[in-house]
Design a protein around this ligand. Structure first.
Ligand code: ATP
Length: 235
């Protein structure tokens, strides 16, 4: 079943094109990695997929009755987020904010979801710790637990392993793999780690202001775009 589809989509900032003519699909169970150099348009596309930015051309279509607030989103970490003065539990629970509607307090079910997600990510013992005092890898697991509060369908992860050492990024990749295989969650991941992306993902979208490649990870390895990008290492 198709969860997300982009048809000839282009985005601009004040008339200046950022990324043009993207056409691809994300099906249930897929693991799509979006790769490209700095400034290629990856974050712009992420904003478009979340319906935070309107395309100037083409359309972003949600399938299977998916709503924007049902996409679990792990944003690229900024320094401000790294210094966030809240407990791990509070950060994870804030992932339920989209489902609050007119309610002022979190429901028992939402609190249970937050606890379950902390368990899945192995961060229950960190529950009362202050988020800003955690290591980079622990912070990413907290943000992933938070993103999971919004969804059981699809996770959109913006650079989940950037800045992590090889062992910690290996753990993060393993967790993402388990979420896909065991919880059947579709994954869309932006990554600068092109080797890791090709190893982990089922599909690759390579962009550079326009679409360079979309297809399976196996085909990407053999494609001209893949050969150049993989041969040259990650940006
Ligand atoms: N808020 C903005 N206003 C104007 N131009 C922008 C804005 N955000 C991005 N751009 C431009 O759009 C293009 C794509 O940027 P984008 O941030 O989407 O790339 P990216 O692939 O995510 O880069 P990076 O890997 O460095 O995060 C770039 O030319 C960038 O300068």
């Amino acid at each position: 079943m198709c969860l997300l589809q982009c048809k000839h989509v282009s985005f601009s900032y004040e008339g200046r094109p950022a990324v043009a003519n993207l056409s691809f699909e994300v099906h249930e169970g897929d693991y799509l990695a979006i790769v490209g150099e700095n400034g290629a348009g990856k974050s712009t596309l992420v904003k478009g997929l979340l319906r935070l930015k309107k395309p100037v051309e083409g359309s972003v279509i949600y399938g299977d009755r998916l709503r924007p607030d049902e996409i679990g989103y792990l944003p690229q970490q900024t320094q401000v987020q790294k210094d966030f003065p809240a407990s791990v539990y509070e950060v994870v629970l804030s992932g339920c904010l989209n489902q609050m509607g007119h309610h002022v307090f979190f429901s028992k079910a939402q609190k249970n979801t937050a606890r379950e997600n902390m368990e899945i990510l192995g961060i229950s013992p960190l529950r009362e710790r202050c988020y800003r005092d955690l290591s980079g890898g622990q912070q990413q697991r907290v943000l992933l637990a938070r993103a999971l509060c919004a969804t059981r369908k699809i996770l959109l992860l913006d650079e989940p392993v950037t800045g992590l050492d090889p062992v910690v990024s290996g753990n993060m990749y393993r967790i993402i793999r388990n979420l896909r295989e065991e919880k059947k969650i579709t994954i869309v991941m932006v990554s600068h780690d092109v080797e890791g992306a090709v190893r982990e993902a089922s599909h690759i979208l390579h962009i550079a202001g326009r679409q360079m490649f979309f297809g399976t990870a196996t085909d990407y390895r053999k494609s001209p775009a893949g050969k150049v990008f993989l041969g040259g290492g990650s940006s």
